[in-house]
Design a protein around this ligand. Structure first.
Ligand SMILES: [Zn+2]
Length: 164
């Protein structure tokens, strides 16, 4: 499963004909992480003059020709044109735009603010079913992974350890 959260989160609204993505609420953290390696196509208000409209403050990331949306954020940490990697923190969950409570609207479309959405559950592995889930991602584990080095000589592992 690849969710925008660390650890536990709740699916509070499923994807269906009238709702083109999943509504997610972070339980262990409100940080929103990128789920893809891509380029920030847009980061800002859907409507600068009306913050209660649509996705409110949101981030859209382009990856392999598809557009991943993270809507209703309270804060964004990236700007248009930034390259982001999976797990980078791109913002904070919120309730901006057309929203009645803190959550992240997570969806994927074939174009920027156009086209019918893909099945985000198929893409992400997050069940399209109300409930509490845990994507297993803990930042400390990734940090350790990122600092682990292995040295191979003639195909044999000679050293494995952590970098300072
Ligand atoms: Zn939604």
């Amino acid at each position: 499963m690849n969710s925008p959260y660390t650890g536990r989160f709740e699916v509070t609204q499923t994807q269906h004909a009238q709702h083109d993505g999943l509504d997610l609420v972070g339980l262990d953290s409100k940080d929103i992480h990128s789920t893809v390696n891509g380029v920030v196509h847009y980061a800002g208000w859907e409507n600068d003059k009306d913050h209660s409209q649509g996705f409110g403050l949101y981030v859209c990331i382009r990856c392999d020709g598809n557009y991943y949306y993270f809507g209703h954020l309270s804060k964004i940490n990236v700007k248009t044109g930034d390259c982001v990697r999976i797990t980078d923190i791109i913002g904070t969950e919120g309730s901006t735009g057309r929203s009645t409570g803190s959550h992240c609207h997570y969806c994927c479309r074939p174009a920027f603010m156009a086209g019918s959405a893909y099945n985000i559950s198929d893409i992400s592995g997050i069940p399209n079913k109300l409930g509490i889930y845990d994507d297993g991602y803990r930042p400390d584990k990734v940090t350790e992974q990122a600092h682990r080095i292995e040295i191979y000589i003639d195909g044999q592992r000679k050293y494995s350890g952590l970098l300072d």
